[in-house]
Design a protein around this ligand. Structure first.
Ligand code: SF4
Length: 206
């Protein structure tokens, strides 16, 4: 059985693409970008193994979901599971699909891998390339300006500027025993966040 090795999910966010989106971060990356925002998800170890069809049903059960964003980790290392997930989703509903990859589109096409090619036919927007901290221009739904938005379908073409120029924001999702940050953080986010936590804890202690 094909399974997707999932590091984390967020069932509903507006911080990683247009509209309300279900976000999946896969476990395992073949790159090791300096300044990677999710170093815990680089090791190619087993996290949570999920049946892609069950995950698709879970996505479809979330009210008002307009799209899915896949990040990681490196999604294209799990192309077979993504192909199943996206195909099933598209059979059921015409959701938007956005995918990040450290591979460039050219590199993916050069692999001539039928499964990766199938995945590419199912993605609306591919955000490609590794993260380069010196090129982090503090705007848009990408980590650094070398990363290219490939509009593989016309779905989001009319809002292309939003992808490249949008003012960054993040959502903080509280979990039982942890906190999940969703989105591409603006410059100084860590300092501002720690300051806000300090202030909040002073109010709690008072
Ligand atoms: S490709 Fe993405 S997940 Fe992989 S190391 Fe680079 S920034 Fe991190």
């Amino acid at each position: 059985m094909t399974v997707l090795n999932v590091a984390e999910i967020c069932p509903a966010t507006r911080a990683l693409g247009p509209g309300q989106r279900f976000v999946i971060w896969v476990q395992g990356c073949c790159f090791n970008c300096r300044g990677c925002i999710s170093p815990d998800w680089i090791p190619q170890t087993q996290a949570t193994l999920v049946d892609p069809l069950q995950l698709a049903d879970c996505i479809l059960s979330v009210p008002r979901t307009e799209g899915v964003t896949i990040s990681g980790g490196e999604p294209m290392l799990q192309a077979a599971a993504l192909s199943e997930l996206f195909s099933y989703l598209r059979q059921k509903r015409d959701l938007s699909i956005i995918c990040f990859s450290g591979f460039t589109l050219k590199q993916l096409q050069a692999k001539a891998d039928p499964t990766i090619n199938k995945v590419l036919t199912l993605i609306d927007v591919l955000i490609d390339g590794q993260y380069i901290p010196e090129l982090n221009d503090n705007q848009g739904w990408r980590g650094s300006s070398n990363q290219v938005f490939h509009f593989l379908t016309p779905r989001h073409l009319s809002e292309a500027d939003l992808f490249t120029e949008r003012k960054r924001d993040v959502e903080i999702h509280m979990r039982d025993d942890s906190v999940l940050m969703v989105g591409v953080p603006p410059h100084n986010f860590s300092t501002d966040f720690e300051g806000a936590v300090d202030i909040a804890s002073k109010f709690t202690e008072a």
